[in-house]
Write a protein of this length. Structure first.
Length: 92
């Protein structure tokens, strides 16, 4: 679980300015790029709260779009809250 959370955080950090990245040239390369950089939703319990995180990357012919979806107890939250949850889990 911790490895998956770390992977989502690393991807989010790496893709901060993804809109300015150049997408791959061919459609099959773009789909492969999307598959490689997208992380499916994961759910975990920590400190009496339920968290979810997922990261999605999509490519058009001219742009790369990246977005993370993070929740705490079913309400939207930020990447910082996810990082803090990870930090607390590592301390245990």
């Amino acid at each position: 679980m911790i490895n998956q959370i770390e992977a989502i955080i690393a991807e989010a950090e790496a893709m901060k300015s993804a809109f300015y990245f150049r997408p791959p040239m061919t459609a099959s390369s773009r789909r492969s790029y999307e598959k490689r950089h997208t992380h499916p939703e994961i759910t975990w319990e920590e400190g009496g709260h339920t968290y979810t995180a997922e990261y999605t990357v999509s490519c058009s012919c001219k742009n790369v779009y990246a977005s993370g979806t993070y929740t705490k107890d079913g309400k939207k939250t930020t990447l910082t809250a996810i990082k803090n949850s990870l930090k607390r889990m590592k301390e245990e």
